[in-house]
Write a new protein. Structure first.
Length: 297
């Protein structure tokens, strides 16, 4: 599957394309080479790397365990549902180009895994055609998980705020679940008719535990700011709200707090003490907005 994604990739050093080769080494046409880490991902951070703080190992472990328990499964299925039409259109277009998805901020690869499984199970892949998949994140700890979960994808350590290592008009869907959004770059890499699927939290998200666990609050008018940040490059074409009622154990509440942005600053000892004082189950409301955009002409 690495070969299916190779045509979409650009060298992060010189922006040349890659030549066909083995699954463990990528070599661009100018001779720059990148070896896969033992866990299967490639590190595309070059030069000064990134100024942003990557998720730590315990944050990634908390996210993996929480998502693996299925709490956000309906969200993953909804993201896959929004992505499916653009992927199916590419597969049925009669062109040599393979349907391609870029999961920007892929984390542990949970949402990309659901998307690929849905495509395979529901006939998005006619005549056995593959879907090329690229997972991108700045955390090597997250990419270790993602490469294991999605071995058919090419998983890259890369900074979304730098030029993406992806060719112009090379992907059909960009998914962004609780991750930064580089509108200009997403518009550049999307093919005409492609889709940008963005997931953001809504007011009330995790409100029952957010304050006491130190999680970040939801900014007011978040939907308006999202649209404004993308409007130069994208048109809003749809979306829907999704509300989930969760019943979480103390350990799951702690994982929920640790797996998000607040995990960079939380006092782990204080979080453990708080979890120990919680009842056996805590009712928590998860409130999401799934927004769909298409690139402007």
């Amino acid at each position: 599957m690495l070969s299916a994604s190779l045509a979409s990739l650009l060298c992060p050093v010189c922006r040349a394309g890659f030549v066909p080769g083995g699954d463990r080494t990528l070599v661009c046409r100018a001779g720059h080479s990148f070896d896969a880490a033992r866990q299967g991902y490639f590190n595309f951070l070059v030069g000064k790397g990134t100024v942003f703080e990557a998720d730590a190992a315990d944050m990634v472990a908390a996210r993996f365990e929480f998502l693996s328990a299925g709490h956000y499964r309906p969200l993953a299925e909804a993201v896959a549902e929004f992505a499916a039409p653009a992927l199916a259109a590419r597969q049925n277009a009669g062109t040599p180009a393979v349907a391609t998805v870029l999961d920007a901020g892929t984390g542990t690869g949970h949402y990309l895994r659901c998307l690929l499984d849905r495509a395979a199970q529901e006939g998005t892949l006619p005549d056995g055609k593959p879907i090329a998949a690229i997972g991108l994140d700045i955390s090597k700890f997250a990419l270790r998980r993602a490469a294991k979960l999605n071995p058919e994808a090419v998983n890259l350590v890369s900074d979304v705020w730098q030029p993406l290592p992806v060719a112009d008009q090379a992907v059909d869907v960009v998914t962004v679940v609780f991750a930064p959004r580089n509108a200009a770059e997403f518009a550049r890499v999307l093919r005409p008719g492609g889709r940008l699927v963005v997931v953001t939290p809504r007011p009330g998200h995790l409100a029952e535990v957010a304050g006491q666990t130190g999680m970040l609050g939801i900014e007011p008018a978040k939907d308006e700011r999202l649209a404004a940040s993308l409007e130069a490059h994208f048109s809003a074409v749809g979306g829907r709200d999704l509300d989930l009622g969760l019943a979480l154990t103390p350990a799951e509440v702690a994982r929920l707090a640790l797996m998000g942005p607040a995990g960079h600053h939380l006092d782990r000892g204080a979080l453990d003490a708080l979890a120990a004082a919680l009842p056996p189950l805590t009712a928590v409301s998860a409130c999401f907005r799934i927004s769909l955009f298409e690139p402007r002409s």
